[in-house]
Design a protein around this ligand. Structure first.
Ligand code: NAD
Length: 396
């Protein structure tokens, strides 16, 4: 991550956690300079197949090792790919071939696995959220900083053409000064389709920590960092029923809020209204809208890489499609890992830990605000990640 002074867009003092940013100048030169980057994956569950497909087609990445608590699951997951050795987590951490640990475990295990990777002197890229709590994430940042390794985090969907084209429109001044945004995610919950949905209903999960990273990372990309949040939340049921797979019909406990709303006050003064819910059947609201003095934008689903960006100018009847102008084309999950692994030393990765930490602090603070009834200042900040030019994803 970059140095604090470079990242400040607002004169608020940073707290100790924010000062735990990694110092880019401490990073070893290593794999960013060229050649292939060897990946060792920990966690071979539902999302791993998407990563493996992307890694297999990106020339800079090579999957060399895989680990999971369930070694049979790991073997099954990597079966289509040649040359991937299945091993224990400890063996993977000790394997000198592994340059970057790809952490695809459940959120509650993100910190434990990341800290092991950092202790082994390896860069680590986590699935979202960065950790289950800000306290854990702060420990990860401090450990990575001290070890001189890099920490990165999903989501990478915002590096695709959808969010990036919208960002370019804002940066080019097409909507004038951004004033406000709305972000809406409404679903009945993932237990309908995920065979092991327990983690969605314990700390680190819930609609906000599960889906919020896509939306809030997109909003920080579009509108910059956030300085204060105001939240309100509900928990409608204490149990959920698994809807598919071998555990179909089993009830699982719910220990997190399942309908979360709030306002994010960006440093720029723009206000985002956020709704993240596992308690609604469906919605026709756009995933994200951004409103400026001159025009409004509809931004595509931040859980996808692409999608149309629509704009309506003040006085215009209807909406126009903006041409795709920026972002990785035909991207898949893992493109952010490649972008991270190939970022030269001294440069903040677009999927760097300071952004993921800021997003996590925003989410945790929204929940704290919902429970206290008071607004909560955000102590961390980050730069808007560098924009992505219109590029084939193979060029990461
Ligand atoms: N499923 C999705 O559609 C999806 C989409 C995007 C992101 N994600 C994120 O990806 C991560 C994983 O989600 P998933 O759906 O693949 O979960 P999953 O439960 O299907 O898989 C997680 C895997 O991690 C393994 N694991 C857990 N703790 C471990 C530990 N300490 N050491 C080694 N292995 C361990 C489990 O055995 C399991 O195989 C989560 O952070 C989630 O938010 C999931």
């Amino acid at each position: 991550m970059g140095r604090g002074a470079d990242l400040r867009r607002h004169p608020r003092p940073q707290c100790g956690r924010a000062r735990a940013r990694q110092r880019a100048d401490h990073h070893r030169e290593g794999h960013a300079v060229g050649g292939q980057v060897n990946i060792g994956v920990v966690g071979c569950g539902a999302i791993s197949a998407q990563y493996f497909r992307t890694i297999a087609r990106l020339p800079r990445l090579r999957l060399v090792a895989a680990a999971d608590l369930d070694l049979d699951r790991a073997r099954e997951a990597v079966r289509p790919y040649e040359g991937v050795e299945v091993m224990s987590v400890a063996e993977l951490m000790a394997d000198p071939r592994v340059d970057v640990v790809l952490n695809l475990t459940v959120p509650a295990a993100h910190a434990e696995i990341a800290l092991q990777a950092i202790a082994a002197g390896k860069d680590v890229y986590c699935e979202k959220p960065l950790a289950a709590t800000v306290a854990q994430a702060g420990e990860m940042l401090r450990a990575a900083d001290a070890a001189g390794v890099r920490l990165g985090c999903a989501p990478d969907t915002v590096l695709g053409t959808g969010t990036q084209t919208a960002r370019q429109a804002i940066d080019d001044g097409l909507i004038g000064r951004p004033i406000a945004a709305t972000a809406t995610m409404m679903t009945p919950g993932h237990e309908r389709w995920h065979p092991n949905p327990d983690f969605y209903y314990v700390p680190g999960g819930g609609p906000l920590l599960d889906m919020g990273p896509y939306y809030i990372t997109s909003l920080v990309t579009l509108l910059g960092p956030v300085r204060t949040v105001i939240g309100a939340a509900n928990r409608t049921r204490s149990k959920r029923t698994i809807g598919s797979g071998p555990r179909q019909g089993e009830e699982i406990p719910v220990t997190v809020d399942t309908h979360v709303t709030g306002v994010l006050v960006h440093d720029s003064g723009a206000l985002t209204t956020l709704v993240m819910s596992f308690d609604g059947a469906a919605t026709k609201s756009p995933n994200i809208e951004v409103h400026g003095e001159k025009a409004s934008l509809v931004v595509p689903d931040p859980n996808r890489f692409d999608g149309p960006v629509l704009m309506s100018k003040v006085g215009q009847d209807g909406w126009s499609d903006l041409p795709t102008s920026a972002g990785y084309v035909d991207a898949g999950r893992g493109v952010g890992l490649a972008d991270f692994a190939c970022t030269p030393a001294g440069t903040e990765p677009r999927t760097g830990g300071s952004l993921a930490f800021h997003v996590l602090e925003i989410m945790e603070s929204l929940l704290a605000s919902a429970h206290s009834g008071a607004s909560v200042p955000i102590t961390s900040t980050c730069a808007r990640p560098r924009p992505v030019a219109l590029l084939p994803s193979e060029n990461t």
